[in-house]
Design a protein around this ligand. Structure first.
Ligand SMILES: *Cc1c(COP(=O)(O)O)cnc(C)c1O
Length: 378
């Protein structure tokens, strides 16, 4: 059996090694390492993939979120509603810009921000909502967009974990996550569903004016060469990463299908088990399983994780401490939040190996051990 890993980027690379190697050599031969054709081509293809007017590539997903918030012209103290049950980057960038992260609890089924909780937190200072499509599951965007329209606030989608998820509205209209809100942000961190061979990120929008502003902010606030209109930053996707990503983009749907297939196999083995909840599949979103995450009930998660590890099965807790309990956010009133679903999930979730290269021998081995462990606890 191939050794088990949470992600297997090496096997994935070897399947398309010829194409990737040639693309990298192409960039080296062109010596156009920053900007240029590779970056423009990828941005165009990614815009086409999302069916959006503009894609602005940047250095990583965290920058994408920061630049998106900067482009909206928010003032210090403005409130941005987001989940606490997320990777810290979502929250950190708001705090860094002196905005106030306001935490809404998540839905116990989807693990994503709960629209009902969002509306309770709206104040005159609320300027934006940042839904996170956690683990590859789409947040309830139809409800979130309705709230945003009602209160005239922005929506920034954190799509770092859900690139390729297709969301279906009640009228049948379909949109990719990241193409629904005012701005979408994604990450090409190597383990993400569309992973680079290093860091990378991108910002999507249909708004021409915002696109101009985002482009300017990502490039030192520059409007024309050496003319700087606003305070920006330096955030670029380099050409080699763009060339690699452009090739992998062609495989993204096939990669997401492989993840969904692996999830089906896990689901089949664990569904109806009294101690395990399998990931919920919402009707509106098409889960792309960045993570395959179980919720355990009446089972020691720590003991299970140790047992799996002793049998060479990696597992992870995403995330062991939610944002509102991080010391970093004490100054923003973090500890004062009452987020029962977030706390409940934080104590019970466990993610199993999930990637495009999982084979049935590996999955059977994982499944057998998970079930054997639970049986041993009775
Ligand atoms: C990965 C991730 C980010 C940050 O992306 P980086 O490219 O690592 O900066 C932001 N939000 C979520 C939900 C993520 O999973």
């Amino acid at each position: 059996m191939k050794p088990l890993q949470m992600v297997d980027t090496k096997s994935q690379y070897h399947k398309i090694k010829y194409e990737i190697d040639n693309a990298v050599i192409g960039v080296m031969e062109s010596s156009q390492f920053i900007g240029g054709k590779a970056v423009n081509d990828f941005a165009q293809n990614l815009a086409h993939y999302h069916n959006v007017k503009h894609v602005i590539p940047c250095a990583n997903g965290t920058d994408a979120l920061q630049i998106a918030l900067m482009a909206l012209g928010l003032q210090p103290g403005d409130e941005v509603i987001m989940p606490s049950f997320t990777y810290i980057a979502t929250v950190e960038v708001a705090a860094l810009l002196r905005l106030k992260p306001v935490f809404a609890d998540v839905d116990p089924k989807t693990f994503c921000i709960n629209p009902v909780e969002i509306e309770k937190l709206i104040s005159s200072k609320t300027k934006a909502i940042v839904p996170v499509h956690l683990y590859g599951q789409a947040a309830e965007m139809e409800e979130i967009m309705a709230i945003a329209d009602k209160y005239k606030i922005f929506v920034i989608e954190d799509n770092a974990q859900a690139i390729g998820n297709v969301y279906t509205f009640k009228n049948g209209e379909k949109k990719k996550t990241g193409a629904i809100g005012t701005i979408g942000c994604t990450s090409f961190y190597p383990s993400k569903n569309l992973g680079a061979f290093g860091d990378g990120g991108a910002i999507t929008t249909n708004d021409d004016e915002l696109a101009q502003k985002i482009k300017m902010i990502a490039s030192h606030g520059q409007s024309k060469r050496y003319l700087h209109d606003v305070v920006g930053c330096n955030s670029r996707l380099d050409a080699m990463q763009a060339a690699i990503l452009d090739i992998k983009l062609k495989h993204l749907d096939e990669y997401n299908n492989a993840r969904r297939k692996a999830a089906d196999v896990y689901d089949e083995a664990f569904k109806n088990h009294p101690n395990i909840s399998v990931p919920y599949r919402s009707e509106s979103g098409r889960h792309v399983f960045h993570q395959y995450t179980l919720t355990l009930e009446g089972i020691s998660r720590d003991a299970m994780s140790v047992y799996l590890s002793e049998n060479n099965i990696p597992s992870m807790i995403y995330y062991p401490v939610p944002a509102h309990r991080q010391k970093m956010l004490e100054a923003f009133g973090g500890m004062n939040y009452n987020l029962p679903v977030t706390d409940w999930l934080t104590e019970r979730v466990i993610s199993l190996p999930m990637h495009t290269e999982l084979d049935s021998e590996q999955q059977n081995y994982i499944i057998t051990h998970v079930l054997k462990f639970i049986e041993s606890q009775k």
